[in-house]
Write a protein that binds this ligand. Structure first.
Ligand SMILES: CC(C)(COP(=O)(O)OP(=O)(O)OC[C@H]1O[C@@H](n2cnc3c(N)ncnc32)[C@H](O)[C@@H]1OP(=O)(O)O)[C@@H](O)C(=O)NCCC(=O)NCCS
Length: 188
């Protein structure tokens, strides 16, 4: 398993995957989130969500709209040496009046994760998830949630391996939660 642990402002070089850097997302990275929300919606490879259709969907645009305005808008991005974004893991807090699909409560951020197709199964998703859990633990978040659709077994296996457990159900998706503690807040 590849692990990369992250300081607030430093990029970390993945020690084993070829040519990949992980760095925190900044407040101006809303377009990167929008791109990876589309990829996570298209996890089957057949759905056909686009930047435009996600932006037009009231339930989906909240994942990237006005990114960076809240101090809880945090995430990490993996980039190739050429600067291409290969994957991202991020989270946001939502309000009970406008919850995300994996909403638990107003103090629990909801996480998203996706890796571009050509870079999957090389440890990048796991590395991004570990780095983002560290970010959230450094913010003193007690837990983080997410939503995973039925059939998305690669994502489910990854989440389960990192200690996420199913706590609820929303439509055709499970809501999973992972408690965070000081052990997660490791910073190299
Ligand atoms: C889910 C996803 C982010 C995983 O990223 P990745 O870079 O391929 O994952 P990794 O190579 O880091 O693998 C991490 C773990 O996932 C699991 N995994 C990855 N690919 C898998 C596959 N095809 N089948 C089963 N398990 C798989 C393994 O348990 C692996 O365990 P390890 O860390 O002990 O090796 C990626 O497949 C993806 O972007 N999918 C489409 C978008 C998506 O589904 N997002 C999540 C929405 S809830």
């Amino acid at each position: 398993m590849v692990r990369a642990l992250l300081c607030h402002h430093c990029a970390v070089i993945n020690p084993t995957s070829a040519a990949c850097d992980v760095a925190p997302l900044s407040a101006s990275d809303g377009s990167i989130i929008a791109e990876f929300v589309v990829l996570s919606m298209n996890w089957r490879g057949t759905e056909g969500w686009t930047i435009e259709s996600v932006a037009a969907d009231a339930h989906l645009r909240k994942y990237s709209n006005a990114w960076g305005l809240s101090s809880y808008d945090r995430g990490v991005v993996a980039r190739s040496r050429q600067g291409t974004a290969l994957g991202a893991c991020w989270s946001r807090l939502f309000h009970p009046d406008d919850p995300g699909y994996g909403f638990v409560d107003s103090t629990t951020p909801e996480l998203g994760l996706a890796v571009v197709r050509g870079a999957r199964a090389r440890g990048i998703g796991g590395m991004l998830l570990d780095a983002h859990l560290s970010q959230l633990a450094q913010l003193a978040c007690a837990q983080v949630s997410l939503s995973v659709e039925d059939g998305n077994e690669s994502a489910r296996a990854l989440y389960t391996s990192r200690g996420f457990a199913v706590v609820g159900r929303h439509g055709n998706s499970d809501t999973m939660v992972r408690a965070l503690g000081s052990d997660d807040a490791v910073c190299l």
